[in-house]
Design a protein around this ligand. Structure first.
Ligand code: GLU
Length: 304
C-alpha cells in the first residue's frame, strides 16, 4: 500500500474544498487560530510514517486528550472505573447536563464532559501530583519528553468554564465526584489544554493500533482487553453526536476535539492524526472528516 501517495492525493483534493466550517470560539484562546491550517500524519505499526501540510505545527488537542485520561484511569483501576460511568453513546451534546439528573450522576461515557470529569476525579484520587504525574504518563506513552499543557489555554477555558463548573458540581451532588470540584476542574482544564502536532498525536496514539504496546520498545500501556475496549468506546462515542455518521463514513475508531484535531486508529495497522480547525455543526473538523472518509475509501482500510 502506498500510503504516502494516497494521502497526498486525498490531501490535495480536500485542501481546496470549502466545507464552510467555523473555528470554535467558545474558548477565547481557540478563537484566534488560523482556520487555514490543515495537516495530516500517519504512523504504521510496521514503522512507516508520512506527514503533509501543517503536520509539525502544535495545536490544542482538547477532547482528544480524554482518551489518554481514560487510558491511565483504566490502567490504574481496571474494570472498577465502570462502577462510576457507562459506555453508551449519549445522543446529547458533549457538555449537556440533562441525562445526569435521571441517571443519578452516572455519566453515559468517558468522552462526554461529564464522564471526562469523573475520570479526572479518579485520577486526582489516584495520582500524588495529578498534573505532573499525568504529564509524565503521556510523555512516556509517546516517548516524547517535550509534550506539555498550555497554561494560557487552560486559564482561558477556566475563565469561561461555566458549564463544566456546573457539571462538576452537579455530579458532586450525587456523590460521584470525590474530590473538591475546583481541584478536579483545574486538572480537567489542563488535560484539555495539551498541545501536540499531528506527528506527535499520531505517534502518541499508536499503542491503540499496536495491541496496547508502545511501538518504540514494545512496553505495555494497556493490556489487550483494555485496548479493545478503549477502541470500542472511540468507535461508538468518539465524535460527539456524529459518532454514528463517522462510523458510517470512515469506519475507524477515533476521537475528535474542538481544536479541530482528530485521531483515528486502524487496529493492527496504523494511527492517523488530522488537524483542520474549521468545525461542522456537530463540532467535528469538516476537512478532517472528509479527508478520513476519502482515505479509508481509497485505501480500503475501514475496519468494516
Ligand atoms: N475543553 C473543552 C470543554 O470542556 C473540550 C471540548 C471538546 O474538545 O470536546 O468544553
Amino acid at each position: 500500500m502506498n500510503y504516502g501517495e494516497i494521502i497526498t492525493e486525498v490531501f490535495n483534493a480536500v485542501e481546496v474544498e470549502n466545507c464552510g466550517g467555523q473555528v470554535s470560539s467558545y474558548i477565547p484562546e481557540l478563537a484566534g487560530v488560523n482556520p487555514k491550517h490543515f495537516g495530516v500524519y500517519l504512523t504504521t505499526t510496521d514503522h512507516f510514517e508520512f506527514g503533509i501540510g501543517s503536520c509539525y505545527q502544535k495545536f490544542s488537542i482538547q477532547s482528544v486528550a480524554k482518551v489518554l485520561s481514560l487510558t491511565l484511569a483504566f490502567k490504574m483501576l481496571g474494570e472498577k472505573i465502570w462502577e462510576r460511568l457507562g459506555v453508551e453513546p449519549s445522543g446529547t451534546p458533549f457538555n449537556s447536563l440533562v441525562q445526569l439528573e435521571t441517571d443519578g450522576g452516572i455519566p453515559r461515557n468517558p468522552f462526554i464532559n461529564a464522564g471526562a470529569l469523573v475520570i479526572c476525579d479518579i485520577l486526582v484520587s489516584q495520582l500524588k501530583n495529578p498534573n505532573l504525574d499525568f504529564l509524565q504518563f503521556i510523555r512516556e506513552t509517546s516517548d516524547n519528553p517535550t509534550l506539555n499543557y498550555s497554561e494560557t489555554m487552560a486559564a482561558s477555558e477556566k475563565s469561561v468554564g461555566y458549564r463544566n463548573i456546573a457539571l462538576c458540581n452537579f455530579i458532586k451532588s450525587f456523590g460521584n465526584i470525590k474530590n473538591h470540584p475546583g481541584e478536579v476542574l483545574d486538572f480537567y482544564f489542563r488535560l484539555c489544554s495539551i498541545e501536540m502536532t499531528c506527528e506527535e498525536l499520531s505517534k502518541t496514539f499508536l499503542y491503540l493500533a499496536n495491541g496496547g504496546h508502545r511501538i518504540s520498545d514494545n512496553r505495555q500501556v494497556l493490556n489487550a482487553s483494555q485496548t479493545k475496549r478503549v477502541n470500542a468506546i472511540m468507535q461508538t462515542c468518539g465524535f460527539y453526536d456524529e459518532s454514528g455518521e463517522f462510523t458510517f463514513k470512515v469506519g475507524l475508531p477515533g476521537k475528535s476535539g474542538i481544536g479541530g484535531g482528530i485521531i483515528a486508529i486502524h487496529p493492527g495497522k496504523y494511527s492517523i492524526a488530522v488537524w483542520s480547525p474549521g468545525l461542522n455543526k456537530k463540532g467535528n473538523s469538516c476537512k478532517g472528516i472528509k479527508f478520513l472518509e476519502l482515505l479509508t475509501t481509497k485505501t480500503k482500510s475501514s475496519i468494516f
